[in-house]
Design a protein around this ligand. Structure first.
Ligand code: UDP
Ligand code: MG
Length: 336
């Protein structure tokens, strides 16, 4: 796989020689960036403040997901001035879940933290996540106890979404949990072997098992800018979540078929008897038309659902890489 443009220094290279007998463990922090120019300095400052005062070595992977607002240059400038920062630059926008995946591919830490770049996930929670990891949990997810500054529509759709997913999928994905979480190296190694294209990472990290625990937090309002998840992208993610972890939508057609066949099985003798005794029941085109339209609609919806699964099969069969990196030459004498 293609590597990042700038060759990262190893953890030990950052430490003065002989300063510490036992190397400090490395924690990787992954932040996907799509047009977050106004949030980058603050994100960097707060992560520095939290990790700089802790007892771990750390790296911050900034994954530029095809930004067009100058975030790319800002990330590269940050990386030049601070060796904790590792840039990963996409050739175009591949989406949030893929950006996080690229971060997981490149992270080298013993523990890996996924965080949003808009500071809705406070970096100050990372020490709490690390403390749980120290206790032996391999997946420590942050639970949204409160949400600030989001529209009622976003809250409502999010709430319905989490509950629907919980009900119909085969893995028990915890409620009100986003991608803000800590993953142990073992979990990341497992996730890195799951190369499915239509990804729902929180489902995938529930699927792997291991010991998991939640830590409650207050989800802040976006620090700057607007959401990069319009309704269309949210819907895509929801469909990916459902199709990735459940066959339930496919089975719906079967259930519906049995119900409507059963109903007509009952209706046929009833109508025949009513006609025989001279009752003028169910004459006219309207009845026929409604029945045809209704069943036609149900069939088309079922076909559409089938299409969602077939399209995903086709995407997997093509086997394209999940993302394409833009190679940016290092400023002077670096390796690539
Ligand atoms: N993001 C991304 N690619 C996208 C959309 C979003 O990398 O196509 C990043 C975005 O920059 C942010 C994170 O994903 O760091 C979460 O997005 P956002 O805050 O817009 O989503 P919301 O919190 O509104 O659900
Ligand atoms: Mg956000």
């Amino acid at each position: 796989m293609a590597r990042t443009a700038r060759a990262p220094k190893t953890a030990s290279a950052r430490r003065p020689a002989g300063a510490r007998a036992r190397p400090r463990e490395l924690v990787s922090i992954i932040a996907p960036i799509f047009n977050e120019i106004d949030n980058l300095p603050e994100l960097n400052r707060r992560v520095q403040a939290v990790m700089g005062s802790g007892s771990y070595d750390w790296e911050l992977l900034l994954v530029d997901d095809g930004s067009t607002d100058g975030s790319t240059e800002a990330i590269l400038a940050l990386a030049r001035s601070d060796e904790h920062i590792r840039p990963i630059v996409f050739a175009r926008n591949f989406g949030h879940q893929i950006a996080v995946t690229a971060g997981l591919d490149h992270a080298r830490g013993a523990a890996i933290v996924i965080i949003d770049a808009d500071l809705q996930d406070p970096p100050e929670l990372i020490p709490d996540l690390l403390a749980k990891w120290r206790e032996g949990f391999e997946v420590v997810y942050a639970v949204r106890a409160e949400r600030e500054g989001e529209t009622w529509f976003k809250r409502l759709t999010a709430s319905i979404f989490y509950r629907l997913i919980y009900r119909i999928t085969d893995v028990k994905i915890p409620l009100d949990v986003g991608d803000f979480r800590l993953l142990d190296r073992q979990v990341v190694e497992t996730l890195n072997r799951m190369r499915e294209r239509h990804r729902f990472l929180r489902g995938m990290s529930a699927w792997v098992g291991f010991r998991q625990v939640g830590v409650p937090y207050r989800r802040a309002a976006r620090a700057a800018g607007v959401t990069k998840y319009p309704f269309r992208k949210m819907l895509r993610l929801a469909i990916n979540a459902v199709t990735g972890f459940s066959y339930f939508p496919l089975q719906l057609a079967t259930y519906f078929g049995f119900v409507s066949a059963g109903l007509s099985g009952l209706a046929i003798p009833v109508v025949v008897i009513m006609r025989l005794i001279g009752h003028q029941a169910f004459f006219g085109q309207a009845t026929t038309l409604i029945a045809v339209l209704f069943l036609g609609g149900v069939q088309l919806i079922s076909l559409g659902i089938l299409g969602e699964y077939v399209g995903r099969l086709y995407d997997e069969a093509k086997g394209r890489p999940l993302y394409v990196l833009r190679q940016i030459p290092p400023p002077t004498g670096g390796r690539s």
